[in-house]
Design a protein around this ligand. Structure first.
Ligand code: T46
Length: 139
């Protein structure tokens, strides 16, 4: 089955000192976090991503600045704007994704369910359709 991406809102813990937002396995991240990376200083007009995964689930949050994410799970295409440190996009392996419209100050933090493995990437769109378009029922 095609799994649907989702948006999670974190609540900011705030006091007179400022804010603190928590991402934690099970309490709001629906997978065991094995890897963290962040994308920053992305040049204007750059579009990156262009892949789906076999196994990896990911959580994307723009902790500073903003960017957009184009999603395609073979049965639906959508565009998500990540413009708040409290807005978390949960990507399923079947989500082909492209990130673009990065602000100069954007720091895109990514939490991943798996260690890095280049073989987990599907970088060819035709292959992506072959792998995932058989799954017809969207949840
Ligand atoms: C994704 C989106 C949101 C590593 O060596 N280890 C790692 O953990 C990662 C993530 C990347 N790399 C290497 C692989 C490439 O040589 O770093 C280089 C840049 O990665 P890539 O071209 O895959 O970057 P994006 O922005 O296209 O995609 C990244 C993640 O790779 C990917 O999992 O879903 O961000």
């Amino acid at each position: 089955n095609v799994k649907k991406s989702s948006i999670i809102e974190t609540s900011s813990l705030g006091d007179e000192r400022g804010f603190l937002a928590v991402l934690e396995t099970q309490s709001n991240i629906p997978f065991e976090i094995k890897r963290v990376f962040y994308i920053y200083s992305t040049k204007e007009d750059i579009r990156r991503g262009f892949h789906a995964h076999h196994k990896t689930r990911q959580a994307l949050v723009s902790v500073a600045g903003k960017c957009k994410v184009h999603l395609d799970n073979t049965s639906r295409k959508e565009e998500v704007t990540l413009d708040s440190p409290n807005k978390i996009l949960i990507l399923e392996p079947n989500d082909w994704h492209e990130m673009y419209d990065f602000s100069n100050d954007c720091v895109l933090l990514v939490l991943a369910s798996e260690l890095y493995d280049s073989k987990d990437y599907i970088r060819d769109y035709e292959e992506f359709l072959k792998v995932y378009s058989k799954s017809t029922s969207e949840v």
